[in-house]
Design a protein around this ligand. Structure first.
Ligand code: TXA
Ligand code: MG
Length: 317
């Protein structure tokens, strides 16, 4: 067991985080979406430790985080659409899956041996400082045990991974609170995972609708594993009312709710609160959780995606 150190978001905390990454260790770090579990993406021993710490199946590739587009192009090949979206939305809550560049130097574990790579330039200032100083690729899945609720605070990270990782850089709560939107840019731009950037924004930028992933049963974005983001208790969706024994999570004006995603019915606020509420339900040892209906537009799409997976029958990979 390691002793996981909580690092402050000042220069000395960042310097320690860099030391951990450069030494091939694991350091969780905040982005505007969720906390990532960082390791040097060129170092196979370090990357292997990410899979072990999370209990993550090796077939599920990791996102590579970088400070700017120039560094991103060392690892991926960006076609016209990919460049257009990258320029419009990076830094931000967006991951692009692009062809892997030859001799990229990335550990093959990062991409699970695929010939594509997921790349992201996160938007928070602290993540930018860390990545710019590191000047290289940081592999970073969400910093939670595989299949469990994603972390939006350093406390969430420690609750799941304390003793498994060297450090967590504590930047406070994440501003967006939902993972990045993943767009595949291999052929036609394809929505692989709804997330913190609404699809409507990407479609407006491209002037065309995004394609849907081919439904051939292949895992194109294994965040698409049916059960994911699971709290300990079973989850009921689109619940108009609380039933006996449930913790009822409201959205908008709702009578009798125990917790609320957003009392005013604001989707941004709901996105920010979603994972915190699932963590709270775990801490309260809820027996059952029910969620009020959430509208299916804007960030509502990503919220509903996470809720459906949280409610899905639990599968162990
Ligand atoms: O906001 C986020 O995206 C956060 C922060 C830390 O950046 N990261 C995150 O990572 O959510 P993770 O590992 O929890 O989810 C990444 C998803 C996985 O579903 C993975 O399958 C998919 O990205 N992915 C990564 N590389 C891919 C690739 N080459 N092809 C298809 N999917 C890929
Ligand atoms: Mg995740």
């Amino acid at each position: 067991m390691l002793t996981t150190e909580r690092l402050n978001p000042m220069q000395d905390g960042i310097a320690k985080a860099l030391d951990v990454l450069r030494a091939g260790g694991l350091c969780a770090f905040p982005t505007e979406t969720v906390y990532g579990l960082g390791a040097d993406a060129r170092n196979s021993d370090a990357v292997a430790r990410i899979f072990a710490a999370k209990g993550r199946p090796q077939f599920n590739p990791l996102i590579v985080h970088v400070a700017n587009l120039e560094i991103a192009e060392r690892y991926g090949v960006f076609n016209g659409a990919a460049k257009q979206i990258a320029q419009a939305f990076w830094p931000g809550p967006l991951t692009l899956v692009v062809p892997l560049r030859e001799n990229s130097g990335l550990s093959p574990l990062v991409t699970s041996g695929l010939d594509s790579v997921g790349i992201r330039i996160p938007g928070s200032e602290l993540s930018h400082e860390l990545l710019a100083a590191f000047d290289g690729p940081v592999a970073g899945p969400s910093a939670n045990p595989s299949g469990k609720v994603s972390p939006t605070s350093a406390d969430h990270v420690l609750a799941g991974l304390s003793g498994e990782i060297e450090a967590v850089l504590d930047g406070g709560p994440c501003e967006i609170g939902l993972e990045s939107t993943i767009i595949g840019c291999i052929d036609a731009p394809t929505l692989l995972r709804p997330g913190g950037l609404p699809r409507e924004a990407v479609e407006a930028c491209l002037g065309a609708p995004l394609a849907e992933p081919a439904a051939n049963g292949e895992i194109t974005a294994p965040g698409q594993l049916s059960s994911h983001y699971a709290p300990n208790a079973p989850v009921r969706l689109n619940a108009d009312k609380k039933r006996d024994g449930e913790i009822y999570v409201g959205f908008g004006p709702c009578e009798g709710s125990d917790l609320t995603l957003s009392a005013s019915g604001d989707l941004h606020e709901a996105a920010t609160n979603l994972f915190e509420i699932l963590h709270q339900a775990n801490a309260m040892e809820a027996e059952k959780i029910a969620f009020a209906p959430i509208p299916e537009h804007g960030l509502g799409q990503a919220i509903n995606d996470r809720l459906r997976r949280a409610a899905a029958p639990r599968v162990k990979y």
